[in-house]
Design a protein around this ligand. Structure first.
Ligand SMILES: *[C@@H]1O[C@H](CO)[C@@H](O)[C@H](O)[C@H]1NC(C)=O
Ligand SMILES: *[C@@H]1O[C@H](CO)[C@@H](O)[C@H](O)[C@H]1NC(C)=O
Ligand SMILES: *[C@@H]1O[C@H](CO)[C@@H](O)[C@H](O)[C@H]1NC(C)=O
Ligand SMILES: *[C@@H]1O[C@H](CO)[C@@H](O)[C@H](O)[C@H]1NC(C)=O
Ligand SMILES: *[C@@H]1O[C@H](CO)[C@@H](O)[C@H](O)[C@H]1NC(C)=O
Ligand SMILES: *[C@@H]1O[C@H](CO)[C@@H](O)[C@H](O)[C@H]1NC(C)=O
Length: 487
C-alpha cells in the first residue's frame, strides 16, 4: 500500500524507475490480495464483476507508469504490467487482474498472459496508437500462408496473446478504440506494406472469456480467436462505420467450442464470420471450426452478412447453431462462401429464429467465391456443403431476391432444409429464388422456393437437442479492491 501511495503522485519517468527499482517489493506491495480489506484511508472500495474465474491479485495500469491523458504512449506501461503480473500466471499463482482506470490510454500492441483478466473501468478507453512504428510485424498465420491484405507478414493485433490458458477481457462496458480511420485510408490508397492488425487476437489459447466491452473502429477484424477452444464472447458492442473495410465483428478461426451471445454489431463487414484457413494452407493445417453457438445477435451491416461461413474454410466448418438473430439493413442473413480449391466442408449448420428488416437477399450460398492466396491451390480440392437448416425466419423489405443459392457444378450443396420462412419482397419478382447445383427440402416457405428445394419435408428442419459443453460454462461474482481508490 505504501508503494501505491508513493506512486499516485509520481511523475511518469520517476514512476517507471521506481517500478523497476522496487519490482521485488512491488511483487507483494503494488498488488493487492483479493481478500485484502478495503482501506478507508485511500477511499478504496470493493467492486464486483462476473467472470468464469476470479483472480488473487489486482494491479492498476497507473502503478506501471500509465498516463491516461490520450496522448502519452502507454505501450511500455501495458507491457511491463503484463510482464510483472505474469508471475501469477502459473498453475498455483492465483492469477492476476490488470485494472485500467477511467482515462484515455493510448497504446501500441501488447500481449496478455495466462490466468489473467484485463478489466476496463466504464470510463476507460484503450486507444490504439496511430504511430505505425509502434506496431510490430508478426508472421502470417500458417493456415493462411500470407497476410489477408498483403503477401508476407502482418501488423500485430492491439491486444494479443499466444499459447495462453484462462484469459478474461471484461469491464463495465469500457471501450477499446482502434482509431481505424488512418488504417482504412492507407488500405484504400494501397499504402500499407503489411496486413492490418486486429483489435483482439488470441492464438493457440484455451478458455477465453470476453464480455461487457465496447469495441470501436478496429483497423480490420475486431475479435479474432484462432487455433483456440472454449471461448465465450458475451455482451459486446462493436461499432464501425458501415463503409469501413473488413471491420468484421467476431471471427472464430479454426476454433472449437465457441459461444457468442448478446452482442450488438454495426460494421463494414460480416458481423460474425466463421473461418478455418485458406486453400492449400488451410487444408494442410487441417484445423476445423466446430461446435459453435450464436444467440441473441443483432447486426447492422449493409454490404455483408449477419453470419458468414467462409470464405476461408479449408480446415472445415461443422456444427454451428444460431438462434434469435436480428438484422437491420444487412445484406444477407447466413451466407456460405466457398470455392474450388478450398477443399474441406461446411456441414451441420442449424439456424432458427431470425427477424430481418431491409436486406438484399435472405439466403445466399456461393460456390465460386473468387479469392485465393496464390495460384498454387488444388483444382481438385472441392468443398462439400451438406446438412444446412434454416427455419422460423421473417424478413421484410427484401429488395433483391429471397435467395441466391449457387453450389458447385458436379458437387451440389446437399441437405438444405428451409422451413417456416416468409420473405416479403419490396418489389414482386418473377423468380424470387435463384438456384443452381443445390438439393434440399422445404415446408411452409413464401415465396415458393426454387424447384431443387421443392422436395417436401415433415415439420421442422433438424436442430440439435443436445447441450454443448460451452453452454455449461458459468460465471461467478468476482470481488476486487479498486486500485487507487474510487471506482
Ligand atoms: C506477442 O506475441 C506474438 C506471438 O507470440 C509475438 O510475435 C509478438 O512479438 C508479441 N508481442 C509483444 C509486444 O511482445
Ligand atoms: C504455441 O502452440 C503451438 C501449437 O501447439 C506450437 O506449435 C507453438 O510452438 C507454441 N508456441 C510457443 C511459443 O510455445
Ligand atoms: C456491464 O457493465 C455495465 C455498465 O457499467 C454494468 O452496469 C453491468 O453490471 C455490467 N454487466 C456485467 C454482467 O458485469
Ligand atoms: C455499452 O456501451 C454501448 C455504447 O455506448 C451501449 O450502446 C451499450 O448499450 C452499453 N452496454 C451496456 C451493457 O451497458
Ligand atoms: C445433420 O446433423 C444432425 C445433427 O448433427 C444429424 O443428426 C443428422 O444426421 C445430419 N444429417 C445428415 C444428412 O448428415
Ligand atoms: C414460424 O416462425 C414464426 C416466427 O419465427 C414463429 O413465431 C412460429 O412459432 C413458427 N411456427 C412454427 C409452426 O414453428
Amino acid at each position: 500500500m505504501a508503494l501505491r501511495t508513493l506512486d499516485l503522485d509520481a511523475p511518469p519517468l520517476l514512476h517507471i524507475l521506481r517500478s523497476l527499482c522496487l519490482l521485488v517489493l512491488a511483487a507483494s506491495a503494488a498488488v493487492s490480495g483479493r481478500h485484502h480489506a478495503p482501506s478507508p484511508a485511500h477511499g478504496t472500495g470493493q467492486s464486483m464483476y462476473l467472470a468464469p474465474a476470479c483472480r488473487a491479485h489486482t494491479a492498476s495500469l497507473a502503478d506501471f507508469g500509465g498516463v491516461g491523458d490520450g496522448t502519452t504512449s502507454n505501450t511500455a506501461a501495458f507491457r511491463s504490467a503484463v510482464d510483472h503480473l505474469s508471475q501469477y500466471s502459473g498453475e498455483d499463482g492465483g492469477g492476476a487482474m490488470l485494472y485500467v482506470p477511467a482515462g484515455k490510454w493510448l497504446t501500441g500492441p501488447f500481449n496478455l498472459t495466462s490466468h489473467f483478466t484485463l478489466f476496463l473501468h466504464s470510463d476507460a478507453v484503450i486507444l490504439a496508437s496511430q504511430d505505425i512504428n509502434e506496431w510490430p510485424i508478426i508472421d502470417p498465420l500458417p493456415s493462411y500462408g500470407r497476410g489477408r491484405d498483403k503477401i508476407g507478414g502482418r501488423f500485430a493485433s492491439l491486444i494479443g496473446g499466444s499459447n495462453l490458458t484462462d484469459v478474461v477481457i471484461t469491464g463495465n462496458n469500457g471501450t477499446i478504440d482502434g482509431q481505424g480511420a488512418m488504417w482504412w485510408s492507407k488500405f484504400h490508397k494501397n499504402q500499407l506494406k503489411y496486413t492490418r492488425g486486429y483489435l483482439i487476437e488470441l492464438m493457440h489459447s484455451e478458455t477465453i472469456y470476453i464480455s461487457n466491452l465496447t469495441l470501436l473502429n478496429s483497423p480490420a477484424w475486431n475479435i479474432h480467436p484462432v487455433y483456440s477452444s472454449n471461448i465465450v464472447v458475451q455482451g459486446i458492442t462493436i461499432l464501425a462505420p458501415t463503409n469501413s473495410p473488413n471491420t468484421d465483428g467476431i471471427n472464430p478461426d479454426s476454433c472449437s467450442h465457441v459461444r457468442i451471445e448478446d452482442c450488438y454489431i454495426v460494421s463494414g463487414d460480416d458481423c460474425v464470420a466463421i473461418k478455418s484457413g485458406w486453400d492449400e494452407y488451410g487444408i494442410s493445417y487441417g484445423m476445423p471450426s466446430q461446435h459453435i453457438v450464436i444467440r441473441r445477435l443483432t447486426c447492422v451491416s449493409p454490404t455483408s452478412a449477419v453470419i458468414a461461413l467462409g470464405s476461408e474454410m479449408s480446415g472445415g466448418i461443422q456444427d454451428v447453431r444460431a438462434e434469435d438473430i436480428t438484422a437491420i439493413n444487412t445484406e444477407s442473413a447466413v451466407r456460405i462462401k466457398t470455392a474450388v480449391g478450398r477443399g474441406a466442408y461446411v456441414k451441420d449448420v442449424f439456424v432458427r429464429g431470425m427477424t430481418l428488416t431491409t436486406m438484399k437477399r435472405v439466403f445466399w450460398m456461393t460456390g465460386n467465391y473468387k479469392s485465393h492466396p496464390d495460384d498454387k491451390y488444388d483444382p481438385n480440392a472441392i468443398p462439400v456443403v451438406d446438412n444446412i437448416s434454416y427455419q422460423d425466419v421473417v424478413a421484410t423489405g427484401v429488395y433483391k431476391e429471397a435467395a441466391r443459392l449457387e453450389g458447385i457444378q458436379g458437387a451440389p450443396f446437399r441437405g438444405i432444409c428451409v422451413a417456416n420462412v416468409t420473405a416479403e419482397l419490396s418489389k414482386s419478382r418473377k423468380y424470387p429464388w435463384t438456384c443452381a447445383d443445390v438439393e434440399g427440402v422445404s415446408v411452409n416457405v413464401s415465396p415458393a422456393p426454387c424447384e431443387p428445394l421443392q422436395g417436401t419435408h415433415n415439420g421442422a428442419c433438424p436442430f440439435p437437442t443436445d447441450t454443448l459443453p460451452i453452454d455449461q460454462v458459468t460465471v461467478q461474482q468476482c470481488a476486487y479492491d479498486v486500485p487507487g481508490g474510487g471506482n
